[in-house]
Design a protein around this ligand. Sequence first.
Ligand code: F6R
Length: 229
Amino acid sequence: MKPDAVLGLATGESPIGTYKQLIEWYNKGDLDFSEIHTVNLDEYKGLSPENPQSYAYYMSTNLLNHVNIPKENTNIPNGLEDDSEVECARYDNILHSLGGIDLQLLGIGGNGHIGFNEPGNNFNKETHCVTLTENTIQANARFFDSIDDVPKYAYTMGIKNIMQAKGILLIASGAAKAQALYDSFYGPITPSVPGSILQLHNNVTVIADEAALSIILKEHEITPGGHIK
Ligand code: F6R
């Protein structure tokens, strides 16, 4: 609906169906990405865009190679920049110069992380370098040959960048997300559950399957398809 939108994008399993749908609509001629700009949430530190485990590679193969987004309009933190201060300042400049994100797509970690903002991380941060938690390293190990190959650091947009997006679309599926989803939207707002900050955003849409919603549905005695207050 907004041909020159700035889209904040996520990687992982959650948005795969969304990207397939966007490609399908593009192939049908219903969507034009020629004026779209994209900014990705995060990237592993130390991985090149050619590394199949990098988020840059994921974005190329799952979306960017299949639609007409000009390459120069796409942005992702540079995993090969060793100097965190330089890279984070560069990325925040891009975010600011684009005038903010129109729609930020989010997944959520089983521990409640959004982007790579892990539990305990300060809410008031822009792009920064994080040390990944053991929980996240284990969750991501399935994509690597061995757990030792999983990078220990990542660049991520901060909660502050995410909260400045005009709209947020969070996608969650599977029972492994049930507790995180419940804690994020029905628990206290606390850095121990990074997703809980979304309670303070005024335009969040959550798309989740029954398994991911199971605790919320049970606690509130709501049948699937029913309205959740
Ligand atoms: C990905 C990202 C992460 C994932 C989250 C869920 O760019 O920032 O926060 O959204 O770890 O991952 P999946 O969708 O693989 O369960």
